[in-house]
Design a protein around this ligand. Structure first.
Ligand SMILES: [Zn+2]
Length: 152
């Protein structure tokens, strides 16, 4: 999902969290996690395209799905399980719980919006991507069509 939509969803959810629980830690960590999880796209961009980092190229490459491999270290269902365990073990520490909420809502919106095919939900698993050698075309077959539309 595109950044402006993530920003709207994240601000809304973080605002609701603050109004409900009156916790800055919960709201701020939800906001940071919900937005900045996408920084892992920069790592993949730099791995495939090298430096210098050019913001215009970065957004074009992401929009056109021009990746051979997708590691996306923070985009993984596994983080939800680990963060839920950490939140529970810390008696629902607001910073950990907010991070859990931010990452969960972000991943759900990414998964729902980018792949209507339920089978592809597993592509948001780090372990699944690893088993598939992080190959973009194998992991996101429907987005592959977008990718090859732009390759001339
Ligand atoms: Zn994302």
């Amino acid at each position: 999902m595109k950044l402006p939509y993530h920003a709207v969803a994240t601000v809304t959810i973080s605002g609701i969290l603050y109004m409900t629980f009156k916790s800055w830690g919960l709201a701020v960590s939800s906001f940071i996690a919900g937005i900045f999880i996408d920084l892992d796209h920069i790592i993949d961009y730099l791995r495939e395209n090298g430096r210098p980092f050019k913001i215009k190229n970065f957004f074009r490459i992401c929009h056109q799905c021009q990746f051979n491999k997708v590691i996306l270290i923070w985009h993984g269902w596994e983080w939800i399980g680990l963060l839920a365990a950490a939140a529970w073990l810390t008696d629902w520490n607001p910073w950990i719980t907010g991070t859990l909420i931010g990452i969960t809502q972000h991943l759900l919106l990414d998964a729902i919006n980018s792949i209507p095919d339920l089978k592809s939900l597993r592509s948001y698993s780090l372990i699944w991507r690893w088993k598939k050698d992080f190959d973009f075309d194998t992991l996101f077959p429907k987005m592959k069509n977008i990718k090859y539309r732009y390759i001339k």
